[in-house]
Design a protein around this ligand. Structure first.
Ligand code: FEO
Length: 385
């Protein structure tokens, strides 16, 4: 696939994978992207993971028409990209490997070789001329690991963004919406490092970018402002959309009934978007992404073993570790003899800053009654004020 006259796609689509990073469901597979820049010198940008060594090497040879690459750029050492570094270096004996100092440390740890006689160590601000193209290296620490370097090609105005602007899903699955799978990917994998993403966006703002080449997902060529704006919102913890997401668990259906009543009332009161997720039956990465994408959230669960229902505990842990902040939150608890779920939930989120809790907390004693119905009405009003 041609990206520009000089830049070719040589990545692969992984449809054998079940769980990305052994935790994220990827029903449409995963794209492991790699690129070749053809100039006086030939550079290959990143390896691919999985068992795609031969397919990847074949793609490179086809793109270069059999010419041997001069350079091999490693932007990110996570094994979904780095696994075939050794394959490349063994196959193309004249190639020089380029990466950050930290990446070479990780390379030695993972693959027991850091190529001391065949390498160039680069850092922020360094450049590499290939002929018409000059590459500019941008430190992108913690987007998503500490060694990450992004690369800007000043000839074709391409930003090679490492994991940035990536998404779940293979590139040969047609008509898949970018936003939801990119959000699930971002908040699952990179979301903890919003400040670092903001730092990179500030650097990128000074560049004339016409194409974004991520290591996952499609090459972005159109409407780049839309994608950059989303990344700016996501990484600054600004709600992307006005709306209420209700993340709940229910053991026997009584908490679910409360959630259904609340969702219906929110819609009647004019809330345009109400998203309801049963945490026991919905992909956790989708629930986490929804919590960050929307302006308001309701959490509803039961007291369970003197704690809270495990799916809710796990979900709240994901929010807390990713720095959930700057949201309005309403709480519904259910308990038959000693309801304490509200206290436990807010305590887990205690480390999250700028959470505006609603005045109304709904306590259900086993099943709905007139008091809980009135409290749900109050909560709905507060959330739509
Ligand atoms: Fe796609 Fe952080 O690896």
């Amino acid at each position: 696939m041609e990206i520009t006259n000089d830049i070719k796609y040589v990545g692969v689509n992984d449809h054998k994978i079940d769980l990305f990073e052994s935790q994220y469901v990827v029903p449409r597979g995963m794209a492991l992207n790699s690129y070749v820049i053809l100039d006086d010198k030939i550079l290959v940008m990143d390896s691919v993971g999985g068992d795609f060594d031969q397919e990847w090497i074949d793609n490179i040879l086809k793109a270069t028409d059999g010419r041997e690459p001069d350079y091999f750029m490693v932007q990110h050492m996570e094994p979904d990209h780095s696994k075939n570094i050794t394959t490349f270096m063994d196959r193309f004996q004249k190639a020089v490997i380029i990466s950050s100092a930290r990446a070479f440390t990780f390379m030695k740890q993972f693959y027991h070789n850091d190529y001391p006689d065949r390498r160039i160590v680069i850092k922020e601000g360094d450049t590499l001329p290939l002929g018409r193209h000059t590459l500019h290296f941008i430190q992108a620490q913690m987007v998503h690991w500490p060694e990450v370097i992004m690369t800007y090609d000043d000839c074709d105005k391409v930003l090679f963004a490492a994991d940035g602007f990536g998404k779940f899903g293979a590139n040969d699955t047609p008509d898949e919406e970018w936003e939801s799978e990119a959000a699930r990917y971002y908040f699952g994998i990179v979301g903890k490092y919003g400040r670092n993403v903001q730092n990179v966006l500030k650097k990128a703002a000074g560049l004339d970018i016409k194409v974004i080449c991520s290591l996952h997902g499609p090459v972005l060529k159109e409407d780049l402002g839309h994608y950059i704006d989303l990344y700016d919102k996501w990484s600054s913890y600004t709600p992307e959309k006005e709306g209420v997401v209700i993340n709940y668990t229910s053991v026997y259906g009584n908490t679910r009934k409360a959630v259904e009543i609340l969702a219906a009332r929110l819609k009647e009161l004019g809330c345009k978007e109400v998203i309801v997720n049963d945490l026991a039956r919905t992909d956790i990465a989708k629930c986490v992404a929804d919590a960050f994408r929307y302006s308001k959230m309701v959490i509803a669960t039961t007291t369970y073993m003197n704690d809270i229902f495990p799916y809710m505990r796990d979900f709240l842990f994901h929010l807390a570790e990713r720095g959930y902040t700057n949201r309005t939150v309403g709480v519904i608890e259910n308990g038959t003899w000693a309801p304490a779920a509200a206290k436990t939930m807010t305590s887990i989120l205690g480390c999250c800053k700028c959470i505006n809790y609603t005045d109304t907390t709904v306590t259900i004693r086993s099943a709905l009654d007139d008091d809980t119905a009135a409290d749900l009405e109050e909560l709905a009003k507060e959330l739509t004020e």
